[in-house]
Write a protein that binds this ligand. Structure first.
Ligand code: FE2
Length: 429
C-alpha cells in the first residue's frame, strides 16, 4: 500500500493515536503504526489532528469593512444595522469579493474550511449575492461556502425583500434565511416564519433564520419556527440562529419550548462573541449576558453549533477567523467547564456545526474527504485553552497552509529555555 501523504503519530479528537494515509482527495487509512510508502511523510507526533473547523453562522458580505463609513459608536445591534444600511449603497461587487476572498485566506490559515454565510438581499442590486456566488465557486476546492438569503431589513418591512429573497434563491443561494424579530409586529414576524419555511419546503432547501436576537423575553418566533418545521416535514433541516431572547424568557415557558424544538429537530446556532457584546445593552445592572440556553438545549438533545457571526464589521470590531475563540467564549458564557462540556464546545465548532450544515464527506474517517487541521495541542480541550496554533491545514488532500513550530525562548537569567504552554492533564474524563 502507498499513499500520497502519510501523517504520522497524530492524536485524534477522541484521544487515540493514529497515522493517517491520504490518497488523492480522500482519507485512505487511519490506524496506529502504518508502515507504507508515501509521496510525503509528515511527522505530527503528539499533535491534535482534527477535522476542520466549521462556522455555521457568518456575514461574509460585511466582513473586513470595519470603519466603513464609520465605526459603531454605541456598540448596539441596532446601530450596527443602521451603519450597515449606510455602507450598503457604497458597496461594489469588486470590494465585497476582494474582502471575502481576503477573509477566506484567513479562514484557510485557521483550518476553518466550511462556512455558512448569510448574505443581505435587501439591496435591490443583489451585488453581494452575485459576488459571494462567485466566491463560493472560486474557493470550492478548499472551503465549503454555504449562502443564506438574508432579508436583513425585514422580509415585509423592507419593500422588496420578499421579491429579492426569491431572486437570490433563483440565482443559486443555498439556504432560506429570515429575521422575524425585526419585522414591524409580532404577527408579521410570525407570518414571515411561515412564508419562508413554506418557500424552503417547496424548493427542498434548508432554513436558517436570525431568530429572536433580542433581549425581549416575549420574542418567541422560535416557537413558530419549530411549529412550521414540524408541519412542513422540515425536521433536521432548520436552524434558529442567536435565539438570545431565550436567555430572558420565563422559565416555565422555556420548559415547554425546548421539547418542541427537540421534537422538530430544530438546531440552534448561538454566536457567543457577538451575543456577549451586543445583548444586554439596554440593561443597567444586573446586566444580562444574552446568550441562549446552551447546556439546557444540549440536555434536551437539541443540536447546537457555535457561530462566529462577525469579523471586523459594523457589529464587531475584533475577530481573526479563529473558531477556537468562539468555543472559548461559548464555554465561558455558558459555564460549560466540566471536562465533558469543554469537549462538547469543541464539537460545536467542528462536527456539530458540520451536521447542521449537512456537509457531505466531512470527518476523520476512511473514505471521507481529506480535510483536516493539525494543532499545536494535545487534545481538543487544550486546543481551546491555548487557542492553539495551526501547524498544518489540508484541504482535499493538499496541504494549503503550514507553519513550523518555533517556541519562544525565555531569556530570564536562570530560567532560560523554550517556553511551552502545553500541559498534560492526567485524566481528562
Ligand atoms: Fe448574524
Amino acid at each position: 500500500m502507498s499513499f500520497d501523504i502519510l501523517l504520522k503519530g497524530g492524536v485524534l479528537p477522541d484521544g487515540t493515536r493514529a497515522d493517517i494515509g491520504i490518497t488523492g482527495d480522500r482519507i485512505a487509512a487511519i490506524a496506529p503504526g502504518i508502515e507504507a510508502e508515501a509521496g510525503e511523510t509528515i511527522n505530527v507526533a503528539g499533535n491534535l489532528v482534527s477535522p476542520p473547523f466549521v462556522d455555521p453562522h457568518f456575514h461574509m458580505d460585511a466582513t473586513l469593512s470595519y470603519g466603513l463609513p464609520r465605526i459603531n459608536a454605541s456598540g448596539t445591534l441596532l446601530e450596527g444595522i443602521g451603519l450597515w444600511g449606510e455602507l450598503k449603497p457604497l458597496l461594489t461587487h469588486e470590494a465585497v469579493k476582494s474582502r471575502a476572498l481576503a477573509y477566506c485566506d484567513w479562514a484557510a490559515s485557521m483550518g476553518l474550511l466550511a462556512i455558512r454565510t448569510h448574505v443581505d438581499v435587501c439591496d435591490d442590486r443583489l451585488l453581494a449575492v452575485e459576488a459571494l456566488i462567485e466566491v463560493r465557486q472560486e474557493i470550492s476546492h478548499y472551503i465549503d461556502l454555504q449562502l443564506v438569503a438574508f432579508p436583513q431589513d425585514g422580509l415585509y418591512r423592507s419593500p422588496k425583500a420578499l421579491e429579492n429573497t426569491i431572486r437570490a434563491l433563483d440565482l443559486g443561494v443555498d439556504v432560506v434565511g429570515g429575521i422575524p424579530h425585526f419585522e414591524r409586529t409580532m404577527a408579521d414576524g410570525r407570518a414571515s416564519v411561515t412564508e419562508l419555511c413554506e418557500m424552503a419546503a417547496r424548493r427542498g432547501l434548508m432554513v436558517d433564520m436570525h431568530c429572536d436576537e433580542t433581549d425581549d423575553p416575549l420574542s418567541r418566533h422560535i416557537e413558530q419556527l419549530a411549529y412550521e418545521t414540524q408541519r412542513l416535514g422540515l425536521q433536521g433541516r432548520v436552524a434558529g440562529s442567536h435565539l438570545t431572547s431565550m436567555h430572558s424568557m420565563d422559565n416555565y415557558y422555556v420548559s415547554k419550548l425546548l421539547p418542541l424544538m427537540a421534537e422538530a429537530e430544530v438546531a440552534a446556532i448561538p454566536n457567543p462573541l457577538i451575543n456577549i457584546t451586543l445583548q444586554g445593552r439596554h440593561d443597567t445592572y444586573p446586566k444580562r449576558r444574552g446568550m441562549t440556553r446552551v447546556p439546557e438545549m444540549l440536555s434536551h438533545g437539541i443540536r447546537v453549533g457555535f457561530g462566529q457571526d462577525c469579523v471586523l464589521d459594523p457589529w464587531y470590531s475584533l475577530g481573526t477567523a479563529d473558531m477556537l475563540d468562539v468555543a472559548f467564549m461559548g464555554l465561558h458564557v455558558a459555564q460549560m467547564t466540566s471536562p465533558a462540556a469543554m469537549r462538547r464546545c469543541y464539537d460545536m465548532v467542528t462536527t456539530e456545526s458540520a451536521a447542521i450544515m449537512g456537509l457531505e464527506g466531512y470527518g476523520l474517517e476512511v473514505g471521507k474527504r481529506a480535510d483536516l487541521v493539525v494543532l499545536d495541542a494535545g487534545d481538543p480541550v487544550e486546543a481551546i485553552r491555548l487557542r492553539a496554533t495551526r501547524l498544518l491545514v489540508m484541504a482535499r488532500g493538499r496541504v494549503i497552509a503550514r507553519l513550523e513550530r518555533s517556541p519562544m525562548r525565555l531569556a530570564i537569567p536562570g530560567r532560560e529555555g523554550e517556553i511551552d504552554r502545553r500541559f498534560t492533564v492526567p485524566a481528562r474524563e
